[in-house]
Ligand binder design. Structure first.
Ligand SMILES: NC(=O)c1ccc[n+]([C@@H]2O[C@H](COP(=O)([O-])OP(=O)(O)OC[C@H]3O[C@@H](n4cnc5c(N)ncnc54)[C@H](OP(=O)(O)O)[C@@H]3O)[C@@H](O)[C@H]2O)c1
Length: 242
């Protein structure tokens, strides 16, 4: 049995991931409420854009399990937002900060909590954060999203160096999920073409069934994080595991 700390459990890729880890005990961390039934061992509710609340809840989340009861602990940072979808010339600091808090600060605080809580844990420790191709390639209208995912990639790269230096024995990587048929794609398709010139391409992805099913991407994520040599790569791409 493994404990899996999971964000975004209530919908989209996070919900599909919770289902695929059916033999694990999930510690769910979401904004919208999730019931403690089935493999949802514990459910915490916190808005990731409220950094003070995150600071408060993170130790409680990781203290909610007894490391002596398991051999494996995973942290899967899945939750994320694409907004604001706006040209740089139209951005507001509030929009930018909300995105960075949800996409960068919250997963990093969870990583911090995980590292500290399981410092003396002798079992298997693994962290995956879901990133995006937008971290590597600029997309008009997505400056904040692209930069948030690039930031998370770099946090993992630094973490990997610190893990070695500090002897944390944590394996960590980012996961590129491709384009998935979730609520995030609905938000993208509803974007204003003036802010997001590529909107028609994303509408076409939906119309021509180019979007992957969340269940298939979750299965690939499961394959990746349970690889025997997981962590030997800094990043994994869904296309190699689907
Ligand atoms: N869908 C794609 O094509 C695609 C492509 C590349 C990367 N990704 C990445 O894949 C991951 C999963 O996305 P998805 O497609 O499953 O998106 P989704 O269906 O829109 O789900 C987003 C999840 O993030 C949570 N969330 C949003 N704002 C939050 C907040 N303030 N506090 C706590 N949780 C919050 C949502 O909870 P609420 O229900 O409370 O809003 C929901 O559980 C994200 O990291 C995304 O960047 C997705």
């Amino acid at each position: 049995m493994k404990y899996v700390f999971l964000t975004g459990t209530n919908r989209g890729l996070g919900e599909a991931t919770a289902k695929i880890f059916k033999d694990s005990k999930i510690i769910s961390i979401t904004r919208s409420g999730v019931e403690e039934t089935g493999n949802i061992h514990k459910a915490f509710s916190v808005d990731f854009s409220d950094t003070d609340a995150m600071e408060h809840f993170v130790p409680e989340i990781f203290n909610s399990v007894d490391p002596d009861e398991t051999d494996e602990v995973y942290l899967l940072n899945v939750a994320g937002i694409v907004d604001p979808v706006k040209a740089v010339s139209n951005l507001s600091s509030d929009d930018m900060l909300t995105n960075y808090k949800v996409n960068v600060v919250a997963p990093t605080l969870l990583i911090k909590g995980f590292v500290n809580r399981f410092k003396d844990f002798g079992g298997e420790k693994r962290i995956v954060t879901v990133t995006s191709g937008a971290a590597r390639g600029p997309v008009e209208g997505w400056s904040v999203y692209c930069s948030s995912k690039a930031a998370v990639n770099m946090i993992h790269s630094v973490l990997n160096k610190e893990n070695v230096h500090q002897g944390n024995n944590i394996k960590s990587a980012v996961f590129y999920p491709g384009v998935i048929d979730t609520g995030m794609q609905e938000v993208i398709r509803a974007s204003d073409i003036k802010e997001f010139p590529n909107v028609d391409r994303f509408k076409e992805y939906k119309e021509t069934n180019k979007l992957a099913k969340a269940e298939d991407v979750a299965a690939a994520l499961h394959k990746v994080v349970t690889l025997e040599d997981f962590g030997s790569e800094e990043s994994y791409d869904v296309k190699d595991y689907i």
